[in-house]
Design a protein around this ligand. Structure first.
Ligand SMILES: [Zn+2]
Length: 330
C-alpha cells in the first residue's frame, strides 16, 4: 500500500518535471518581453555638433574572412524558423585621411592551428566556421600590406574578433580599457590563453571613452578629433564592447556594433538570440538588454543609418553593395 502511494507520487513528480521542462523549452522560443515604456521618444536627425563639422571623405570596405550557418531560431529568439542565417567573421577596413585602420580582424591563415588545442565541443559549436579568405589575402586584394595599417581598433576581446591578428603581427592594437581590465580579471572567456596568444607580438594600448555623451550613448571618443570616427560604449555582451560611428562627406553614416547585436532583428524587434546561445556568449545580460534597447531606440529614430553587427552577413553584404555602387559612380 505504502509503495503504491510512493509510486503514485513519483509518477506525478515525473509528469510535473516533464511539464516544467517542456514549458521552459517553449518559453525559450518565445520573444523576450521588454518594457518599452522606459524608452524616450525618438527625436530623429543627427547631432548638431556633427552637422556643424566639416567631415572628411572616409572609405570603408568590409573584409569577410569566414562564415557559418546557424538556424534563424538560434539568432532570433521568437522566430520559429530553421532557415539558415549566415554568420560572418569580418574586419572593417577604414581609409581616413589621417590613417588607415581596421575595426576587428576577421580570420588569420593559421586560425585552425590556433584552435586545435581547444575542446571538441567548442570547436564544433562557437568555433565552427569556414574560412573564405584570410585577413592577409583580403588586405592584398585591397592593395595593402600589414605595414600599411596604422592601427587596429578591437570592438572587444572575444577570440573571434582578434582571430586575424596573427596575419598582421606588429600592427598596434587599440582596445577599450574597460575591456582590457575585464579580460585581465578573467571576466571574459580567454579559452586557455588563446586570446592573448592571438595578440602575441603586437603592441596593445588602451583607450578611454571619456568624451561627451553621443547620440544617446553615455560617452564617446572622437578618434581623429574631426567628428568622423566616433566610438561609443555598447556594454553587456562584454564589459567594454565598443561601437563605431562613421560620419563622412562622401557616403552614408554607418554604425558598427561589435557584438552588441548578432543580427538586425536583435535591435529591430528587439529580441535577443535564443537563450541557449545568448547566455553562453553574454557577460552581463541585464546590461546587454539595456544596450539592445538603446540600439532599438537609435535605429527607430535614425532609419537612415545602417546598424551593422559584426556577425550579420546580410547587413554587411547590403552595406557593401551600397558602398560599391557609390564607388562605381565616382
Ligand atoms: Zn563577442
Amino acid at each position: 500500500m505504502q509503495s503504491k502511494r510512493v509510486n503514485k507520487w513519483l509518477a506525478w513528480g515525473a509528469v510535473s518535471l516533464t511539464a516544467l521542462g517542456v514549458g521552459a523549452a517553449i518559453k525559450s522560443l518565445m520573444p523576450p518581453r521588454f518594457n518599452m515604456q522606459l524608452l524616450p521618444a525618438g527625436e530623429g536627425g543627427t547631432e548638431k555638433q556633427q552637422r556643424d563639422k566639416q567631415l572628411p571623405d572616409v572609405d570603408i570596405h568590409i573584409l569577410r574572412c569566414g562564415s557559418v550557418f546557424w538556424p534563424e531560431l538560434v539568432m532570433v529568439r521568437g522566430s520559429l524558423s530553421l532557415k539558415p542565417r549566415k554568420i560572418a567573421y569580418s574586419s572593417v577596413l577604414v581609409r581616413h585621411p589621417q590613417g588607415t585602420f581596421l575595426y576587428d580582424t576577421g580570420l588569420s591563415g593559421d586560425i585552425y592551428q590556433h584552435l586545435k588545442d581547444q575542446p571538441l565541443p567548442f570547436r564544433q559549436t562557437l568555433a565552427r566556421f569556414k574560412v573564405e579568405q584570410t585577413l592577409r589575402g583580403a588586405l592584398q586584394e585591397q592593395g595593402l600590406k600589414p605595414e600599411d595599417l596604422d592601427f587596429v581598433l578591437l570592438s572587444h576581446l572575444h577570440w573571434d574578433h582578434v582571430s586575424g591578428v596573427p596575419d598582421i603581427v606588429g600592427v598596434p592594437l587599440r582596445v577599450n580599457r574597460v575591456e582590457f581590465d575585464a579580460a585581465k580579471q578573467g571576466v571574459i572567456p580567454l579559452h586557455k590563453g588563446l586570446v592573448w596568444r592571438l595578440m602575441e607580438g603586437s603592441p596593445l594600448t588602451c583607450f578611454d571613452l571619456e568624451g561627451p555623451s553621443y547620440e544617446g550613448f553615455r560617452s564617446s571618443l572622437d578618434v581623429f578629433g574631426d567628428g568622423s570616427i566616433v566610438l561609443v560604449p555598447l556594454p553587456g555582451h562584454t564589459p567594454g564592447n565598443t561601437g563605431m560611428f562613421i560620419n563622412r562627406a562622401n557616403g552614408a553614416r554607418l554604425f558598427f556594433l561589435g557584438d552588441a547585436a548578432h543580427v538586425a532583428e536583435n535591435y529591430l524587434y528587439p529580441t535577443t538570440p535564443h537563450p541557449l546561445f545568448w547566455n553562453g556568449v553574454t557577460s552581463d545580460k541585464a546590461t546587454a538588454l539595456q544596450t539592445l534597447l538603446e540600439l532599438h531606440h537609435f535605429a527607430r529614430s535614425h532609419p537612415e543609418v545602417p546598424l551593422i553587427a559584426m556577425h550579420d552577413a546580410r547587413m554587411q553584404e547590403a552595406s557593401m553593395q551600397v558602398e560599391n555602387e557609390r564607388l562605381a559612380r565616382i
